[in-house]
Design a protein around this ligand. Structure first.
Ligand SMILES: Nc1nc2c(ncn2[C@@H]2O[C@H](COP(=O)(O)OP(=O)(O)OP(=O)(O)O)[C@@H](O)[C@H]2O)c(=O)[nH]1
Ligand SMILES: [Mg+2]
Ligand SMILES: [Zn+2]
Length: 313
Protein backbone atom coordinates (compact mmCIF):
# COMPACT_ATOMS: atom_id res chain seq x y z
CA UNK A 1 0.00 0.00 0.00
CA UNK A 2 1.23 3.54 -0.76
CA UNK A 3 0.17 6.75 0.96
CA UNK A 4 -1.37 9.48 -1.24
CA UNK A 5 -3.26 12.57 -0.07
CA UNK A 6 -4.67 10.86 2.97
CA UNK A 7 -6.05 8.02 0.85
CA UNK A 8 -4.47 4.62 0.40
CA UNK A 9 -4.29 2.80 -2.92
CA UNK A 10 -4.25 -0.93 -3.28
CA UNK A 11 -5.46 -3.71 -5.54
CA UNK A 12 -8.17 -6.22 -4.76
CA UNK A 13 -10.40 -8.90 -6.19
CA UNK A 14 -14.10 -8.31 -6.86
CA UNK A 15 -15.93 -11.18 -5.18
CA UNK A 16 -19.41 -9.87 -6.00
CA UNK A 17 -20.99 -6.95 -7.83
CA UNK A 18 -24.11 -5.98 -5.92
CA UNK A 19 -25.14 -3.39 -8.52
CA UNK A 20 -24.61 -0.23 -6.46
CA UNK A 21 -21.38 -1.39 -4.92
CA UNK A 22 -18.91 -4.26 -5.10
CA UNK A 23 -17.45 -6.47 -2.42
CA UNK A 24 -13.69 -6.40 -2.87
CA UNK A 25 -11.30 -8.80 -1.17
CA UNK A 26 -7.97 -7.34 -0.22
CA UNK A 27 -4.99 -9.46 0.75
CA UNK A 28 -2.85 -8.18 3.54
CA UNK A 29 0.46 -9.75 2.57
CA UNK A 30 2.12 -8.94 5.90
CA UNK A 31 -0.44 -10.80 8.00
CA UNK A 32 -1.34 -13.31 5.27
CA UNK A 33 -5.00 -12.51 5.87
CA UNK A 34 -7.79 -11.20 3.69
CA UNK A 35 -10.50 -8.70 4.39
CA UNK A 36 -13.61 -7.77 2.46
CA UNK A 37 -14.33 -4.12 1.76
CA UNK A 38 -17.52 -2.69 0.31
CA UNK A 39 -16.47 -0.36 -2.51
CA UNK A 40 -18.45 2.09 -4.59
CA UNK A 41 -17.86 2.47 -8.29
CA UNK A 42 -17.17 5.58 -10.29
CA UNK A 43 -19.61 6.37 -13.09
CA UNK A 44 -17.59 4.66 -15.81
CA UNK A 45 -17.05 1.46 -13.85
CA UNK A 46 -20.43 -0.13 -14.52
CA UNK A 47 -18.92 -3.08 -16.35
CA UNK A 48 -17.03 -4.52 -13.39
CA UNK A 49 -17.73 -8.19 -12.74
CA UNK A 50 -17.02 -10.84 -10.14
CA UNK A 51 -13.44 -11.99 -10.73
CA UNK A 52 -12.09 -8.61 -11.81
CA UNK A 53 -8.86 -7.41 -10.28
CA UNK A 54 -9.32 -3.76 -9.41
CA UNK A 55 -7.39 -0.76 -8.19
CA UNK A 56 -9.10 0.88 -5.27
CA UNK A 57 -8.52 3.89 -3.08
CA UNK A 58 -9.48 3.85 0.57
CA UNK A 59 -10.28 7.11 2.32
CA UNK A 60 -9.16 7.94 5.82
CA UNK A 61 -12.65 7.00 6.96
CA UNK A 62 -12.12 3.57 5.44
CA UNK A 63 -14.44 3.99 2.44
CA UNK A 64 -13.34 2.20 -0.71
CA UNK A 65 -13.77 3.37 -4.28
CA UNK A 66 -12.93 1.30 -7.36
CA UNK A 67 -10.78 3.42 -9.64
CA UNK A 68 -10.21 1.00 -12.48
CA UNK A 69 -10.08 -2.68 -13.31
CA UNK A 70 -6.97 -4.44 -14.52
CA UNK A 71 -6.63 -6.23 -17.85
CA UNK A 72 -8.60 -9.48 -17.92
CA UNK A 73 -7.08 -12.85 -18.76
CA UNK A 74 -10.44 -13.97 -20.19
CA UNK A 75 -14.15 -13.31 -19.87
CA UNK A 76 -17.18 -15.55 -19.54
CA UNK A 77 -19.78 -13.71 -21.60
CA UNK A 78 -23.06 -14.22 -23.41
CA UNK A 79 -25.29 -12.14 -25.69
CA UNK A 80 -27.60 -9.77 -23.77
CA UNK A 81 -31.22 -9.02 -24.71
CA UNK A 82 -30.02 -6.75 -27.51
CA UNK A 83 -27.60 -9.35 -28.83
CA UNK A 84 -24.50 -7.55 -27.54
CA UNK A 85 -21.78 -9.10 -25.40
CA UNK A 86 -22.53 -9.17 -21.67
CA UNK A 87 -19.63 -10.20 -19.42
CA UNK A 88 -20.64 -12.40 -16.48
CA UNK A 89 -17.31 -13.13 -14.77
CA UNK A 90 -13.63 -12.75 -15.62
CA UNK A 91 -10.19 -14.27 -15.05
CA UNK A 92 -11.21 -17.93 -14.95
CA UNK A 93 -9.11 -21.08 -15.14
CA UNK A 94 -11.98 -23.50 -15.39
CA UNK A 95 -15.68 -23.75 -16.21
CA UNK A 96 -17.65 -26.33 -14.27
CA UNK A 97 -20.72 -27.01 -16.37
CA UNK A 98 -23.41 -28.47 -14.14
CA UNK A 99 -26.33 -30.51 -15.46
CA UNK A 100 -28.78 -32.44 -13.32
CA UNK A 101 -31.02 -35.46 -13.51
CA UNK A 102 -33.83 -33.09 -12.47
CA UNK A 103 -34.70 -30.61 -13.95
CA UNK A 104 -33.99 -32.80 -16.98
CA UNK A 105 -31.04 -31.29 -18.83
CA UNK A 106 -31.02 -29.91 -22.32
CA UNK A 107 -27.95 -31.31 -24.14
CA UNK A 108 -27.88 -28.34 -26.50
CA UNK A 109 -27.43 -26.00 -23.55
CA UNK A 110 -24.44 -28.08 -22.47
CA UNK A 111 -23.02 -27.85 -26.01
CA UNK A 112 -23.30 -24.08 -25.86
CA UNK A 113 -21.45 -23.89 -22.57
CA UNK A 114 -18.81 -26.23 -23.97
CA UNK A 115 -18.43 -24.04 -27.07
CA UNK A 116 -18.17 -20.91 -24.93
CA UNK A 117 -15.45 -22.45 -22.78
CA UNK A 118 -13.52 -23.79 -25.80
CA UNK A 119 -13.58 -20.36 -27.40
CA UNK A 120 -12.51 -18.42 -24.27
CA UNK A 121 -10.45 -20.67 -23.96
CA UNK A 122 -10.57 -22.24 -20.52
CA UNK A 123 -10.47 -25.70 -18.96
CA UNK A 124 -13.71 -27.63 -18.65
CA UNK A 125 -15.32 -30.05 -16.21
CA UNK A 126 -18.76 -31.55 -16.83
CA UNK A 127 -20.85 -32.44 -13.80
CA UNK A 128 -24.06 -34.44 -13.66
CA UNK A 129 -25.64 -33.72 -10.29
CA UNK A 130 -28.54 -35.32 -8.38
CA UNK A 131 -27.32 -38.84 -9.15
CA UNK A 132 -29.46 -40.02 -6.25
CA UNK A 133 -32.41 -39.46 -8.64
CA UNK A 134 -30.74 -41.04 -11.70
CA UNK A 135 -32.89 -42.72 -14.34
CA UNK A 136 -31.88 -44.68 -17.46
CA UNK A 137 -32.91 -42.05 -19.97
CA UNK A 138 -30.83 -39.27 -18.40
CA UNK A 139 -27.84 -41.52 -17.94
CA UNK A 140 -28.05 -42.46 -21.65
CA UNK A 141 -28.04 -38.80 -22.71
CA UNK A 142 -25.12 -38.21 -20.37
CA UNK A 143 -23.17 -41.11 -21.92
CA UNK A 144 -22.87 -39.06 -25.10
CA UNK A 145 -20.93 -36.36 -23.25
CA UNK A 146 -18.71 -38.95 -21.58
CA UNK A 147 -17.43 -39.86 -25.05
CA UNK A 148 -16.10 -36.32 -25.53
CA UNK A 149 -12.58 -35.66 -24.21
CA UNK A 150 -13.68 -33.86 -21.06
CA UNK A 151 -13.56 -34.89 -17.44
CA UNK A 152 -17.10 -35.90 -16.47
CA UNK A 153 -18.00 -36.20 -12.79
CA UNK A 154 -21.26 -37.52 -11.36
CA UNK A 155 -22.29 -35.99 -8.05
CA UNK A 156 -25.01 -35.91 -5.45
CA UNK A 157 -25.20 -33.34 -2.71
CA UNK A 158 -27.96 -35.35 -1.05
CA UNK A 159 -25.50 -38.11 -0.08
CA UNK A 160 -22.96 -37.15 2.57
CA UNK A 161 -19.33 -37.45 1.41
CA UNK A 162 -20.35 -38.47 -2.08
CA UNK A 163 -17.29 -39.64 -4.02
CA UNK A 164 -18.16 -37.35 -6.94
CA UNK A 165 -17.98 -34.30 -4.72
CA UNK A 166 -14.60 -35.48 -3.44
CA UNK A 167 -13.35 -36.00 -7.00
CA UNK A 168 -14.58 -32.57 -8.01
CA UNK A 169 -12.80 -31.03 -5.04
CA UNK A 170 -9.46 -32.48 -6.14
CA UNK A 171 -9.87 -30.74 -9.50
CA UNK A 172 -10.25 -27.28 -8.00
CA UNK A 173 -6.98 -26.75 -6.15
CA UNK A 174 -5.12 -23.56 -6.99
CA UNK A 175 -7.59 -22.76 -9.74
CA UNK A 176 -10.33 -20.23 -10.21
CA UNK A 177 -13.44 -22.15 -11.23
CA UNK A 178 -16.99 -21.06 -11.91
CA UNK A 179 -20.12 -23.19 -11.54
CA UNK A 180 -22.52 -22.58 -14.43
CA UNK A 181 -25.75 -24.18 -15.63
CA UNK A 182 -29.51 -24.14 -15.64
CA UNK A 183 -31.38 -22.86 -12.59
CA UNK A 184 -32.06 -25.50 -9.96
CA UNK A 185 -29.40 -28.02 -11.00
CA UNK A 186 -27.68 -27.63 -7.64
CA UNK A 187 -24.74 -25.26 -8.22
CA UNK A 188 -25.11 -23.57 -4.83
CA UNK A 189 -25.65 -26.96 -3.15
CA UNK A 190 -22.42 -28.22 -4.74
CA UNK A 191 -20.59 -25.12 -3.54
CA UNK A 192 -21.94 -25.79 -0.07
CA UNK A 193 -20.73 -29.40 -0.17
CA UNK A 194 -17.31 -28.30 -1.41
CA UNK A 195 -16.91 -25.53 1.13
CA UNK A 196 -19.08 -26.16 4.16
CA UNK A 197 -19.59 -22.89 5.97
CA UNK A 198 -18.84 -20.78 2.89
CA UNK A 199 -21.57 -18.43 4.09
CA UNK A 200 -19.15 -17.14 6.71
CA UNK A 201 -16.90 -15.81 3.98
CA UNK A 202 -19.46 -13.27 2.82
CA UNK A 203 -21.98 -12.65 5.53
CA UNK A 204 -22.55 -9.26 4.01
CA UNK A 205 -23.46 -10.91 0.75
CA UNK A 206 -26.06 -13.20 2.27
CA UNK A 207 -27.54 -10.22 4.10
CA UNK A 208 -27.70 -8.22 0.88
CA UNK A 209 -29.36 -11.06 -0.98
CA UNK A 210 -31.95 -11.82 1.67
CA UNK A 211 -31.68 -14.81 3.92
CA UNK A 212 -33.61 -17.93 3.06
CA UNK A 213 -33.65 -17.04 -0.62
CA UNK A 214 -32.58 -20.03 -2.68
CA UNK A 215 -32.13 -18.81 -6.22
CA UNK A 216 -28.72 -17.26 -6.76
CA UNK A 217 -29.03 -13.71 -8.12
CA UNK A 218 -25.43 -12.53 -8.45
CA UNK A 219 -22.13 -14.27 -9.09
CA UNK A 220 -20.00 -14.53 -5.96
CA UNK A 221 -16.55 -15.92 -5.35
CA UNK A 222 -15.39 -18.11 -2.44
CA UNK A 223 -12.02 -19.34 -1.24
CA UNK A 224 -11.81 -23.13 -1.44
CA UNK A 225 -10.00 -23.48 1.87
CA UNK A 226 -10.76 -20.42 4.01
CA UNK A 227 -7.56 -20.94 6.00
CA UNK A 228 -5.45 -20.58 2.84
CA UNK A 229 -6.21 -17.57 0.59
CA UNK A 230 -4.24 -19.16 -2.25
CA UNK A 231 -5.98 -22.57 -2.20
CA UNK A 232 -8.20 -21.78 -5.19
CA UNK A 233 -11.59 -20.16 -5.64
CA UNK A 234 -15.05 -21.22 -6.70
CA UNK A 235 -17.56 -18.79 -8.15
CA UNK A 236 -21.26 -19.58 -7.80
CA UNK A 237 -23.33 -18.02 -10.57
CA UNK A 238 -27.03 -17.44 -11.16
CA UNK A 239 -28.78 -20.16 -13.15
CA UNK A 240 -29.96 -19.56 -16.69
CA UNK A 241 -32.83 -20.77 -18.86
CA UNK A 242 -30.91 -20.24 -22.06
CA UNK A 243 -27.28 -19.61 -22.90
CA UNK A 244 -25.03 -18.91 -25.88
CA UNK A 245 -21.49 -17.74 -26.45
CA UNK A 246 -21.08 -13.98 -26.98
CA UNK A 247 -21.47 -12.89 -30.64
CA UNK A 248 -18.68 -14.34 -32.81
CA UNK A 249 -18.36 -14.88 -36.58
CA UNK A 250 -20.37 -17.96 -37.59
CA UNK A 251 -17.23 -19.42 -39.17
CA UNK A 252 -15.59 -19.58 -35.72
CA UNK A 253 -18.32 -21.77 -34.21
CA UNK A 254 -16.68 -25.04 -35.29
CA UNK A 255 -13.74 -24.18 -33.01
CA UNK A 256 -16.11 -24.56 -30.07
CA UNK A 257 -17.09 -28.16 -30.92
CA UNK A 258 -14.06 -30.29 -30.15
CA UNK A 259 -15.27 -33.38 -32.08
CA UNK A 260 -16.10 -31.28 -35.15
CA UNK A 261 -12.88 -29.34 -34.88
CA UNK A 262 -10.76 -32.51 -34.78
CA UNK A 263 -12.62 -34.31 -37.60
CA UNK A 264 -12.56 -31.08 -39.63
CA UNK A 265 -8.77 -31.24 -39.90
CA UNK A 266 -9.29 -33.93 -42.57
CA UNK A 267 -11.72 -31.92 -44.71
CA UNK A 268 -10.58 -31.23 -48.28
CA UNK A 269 -11.01 -27.48 -47.96
CA UNK A 270 -9.18 -25.77 -45.13
CA UNK A 271 -12.03 -23.31 -44.62
CA UNK A 272 -14.68 -26.05 -44.84
CA UNK A 273 -17.71 -25.12 -42.73
CA UNK A 274 -19.09 -28.68 -42.90
CA UNK A 275 -22.35 -27.60 -44.50
CA UNK A 276 -22.59 -28.54 -48.19
CA UNK A 277 -18.90 -28.72 -49.17
CA UNK A 278 -17.65 -31.85 -50.99
CA UNK A 279 -15.20 -34.25 -49.29
CA UNK A 280 -16.15 -33.06 -45.84
CA UNK A 281 -14.69 -35.27 -43.11
CA UNK A 282 -17.18 -33.96 -40.56
CA UNK A 283 -20.22 -34.98 -42.63
CA UNK A 284 -18.59 -38.37 -43.09
CA UNK A 285 -18.00 -38.71 -39.34
CA UNK A 286 -21.66 -37.89 -38.76
CA UNK A 287 -22.71 -40.56 -41.28
CA UNK A 288 -20.43 -43.10 -39.56
CA UNK A 289 -21.81 -42.17 -36.17
CA UNK A 290 -18.43 -40.96 -34.88
CA UNK A 291 -20.03 -37.57 -34.35
CA UNK A 292 -23.64 -37.71 -33.19
CA UNK A 293 -26.41 -36.19 -35.30
CA UNK A 294 -27.42 -34.30 -32.19
CA UNK A 295 -24.03 -32.58 -31.78
CA UNK A 296 -23.95 -31.76 -35.48
CA UNK A 297 -27.45 -30.22 -35.24
CA UNK A 298 -26.32 -28.25 -32.21
CA UNK A 299 -23.39 -26.93 -34.27
CA UNK A 300 -25.73 -25.89 -37.11
CA UNK A 301 -28.12 -24.17 -34.69
CA UNK A 302 -25.33 -22.20 -33.05
CA UNK A 303 -23.95 -21.19 -36.46
CA UNK A 304 -27.41 -19.93 -37.45
CA UNK A 305 -27.67 -17.97 -34.22
CA UNK A 306 -24.25 -16.36 -34.71
CA UNK A 307 -25.14 -15.44 -38.28
CA UNK A 308 -28.00 -13.41 -36.82
CA UNK A 309 -26.14 -11.96 -33.84
CA UNK A 310 -22.65 -11.14 -35.04
CA UNK A 311 -22.02 -7.68 -36.44
CA UNK A 312 -18.43 -7.06 -37.51
CA UNK A 313 -18.65 -3.28 -36.81
N1 LIG B 1 -32.11 -34.93 -4.80
C1 LIG B 1 -31.17 -34.00 -4.89
N2 LIG B 1 -31.50 -32.70 -4.78
C2 LIG B 1 -30.53 -31.77 -4.88
C3 LIG B 1 -29.17 -32.13 -5.11
N3 LIG B 1 -28.44 -31.01 -5.19
C4 LIG B 1 -29.30 -29.98 -5.01
N4 LIG B 1 -30.56 -30.43 -4.82
C5 LIG B 1 -31.77 -29.60 -4.60
O1 LIG B 1 -32.06 -28.90 -5.80
C6 LIG B 1 -32.64 -27.61 -5.50
C7 LIG B 1 -31.88 -26.51 -6.22
O2 LIG B 1 -30.58 -26.45 -5.70
P1 LIG B 1 -29.65 -25.15 -5.79
O3 LIG B 1 -28.34 -25.53 -5.23
O4 LIG B 1 -30.34 -23.97 -5.21
O5 LIG B 1 -29.58 -24.96 -7.37
P2 LIG B 1 -28.82 -23.83 -8.20
O6 LIG B 1 -28.23 -24.48 -9.40
O7 LIG B 1 -27.90 -23.08 -7.32
O8 LIG B 1 -30.04 -22.90 -8.66
P3 LIG B 1 -29.96 -21.34 -9.11
O9 LIG B 1 -29.27 -20.59 -8.01
O10 LIG B 1 -31.38 -20.93 -9.28
O11 LIG B 1 -29.21 -21.30 -10.39
C8 LIG B 1 -32.62 -27.48 -3.97
O12 LIG B 1 -33.89 -27.79 -3.49
C9 LIG B 1 -31.59 -28.52 -3.55
O13 LIG B 1 -31.83 -29.03 -2.27
C10 LIG B 1 -28.85 -33.54 -5.22
O14 LIG B 1 -27.72 -33.96 -5.44
N5 LIG B 1 -29.90 -34.41 -5.12
MG1 LIG C 1 -27.72 -21.13 -6.86
ZN1 LIG D 1 -15.91 -30.18 -43.48
Amino acid sequence: MRKENKTTSTTGLVIANLRYHCLVEIVDAENETTKILRCSMRGKQKGIVCGDRVEITISEEGEGVIETYLERKNELARPNMRGRKEVLTANLDQLIIVAAVKPVFDPELIDRYLATAELMPTEIILVLNKMDLADDKTVRTWEEFKKLPYRCIETSTAIAEHEGIEELKTQLHNKISVLVGQSGVGKSSILNSLIPGQGIQTQELSKALGEGKHTTTVASSYILDPSDPLSGRVIDSPGVRDFAPPPIPADDVAQGFIDIRVAGEECKFRDCQHLREPHCAVKLAVENGEITQRRYKSYRHLRDLMEKLYRPY
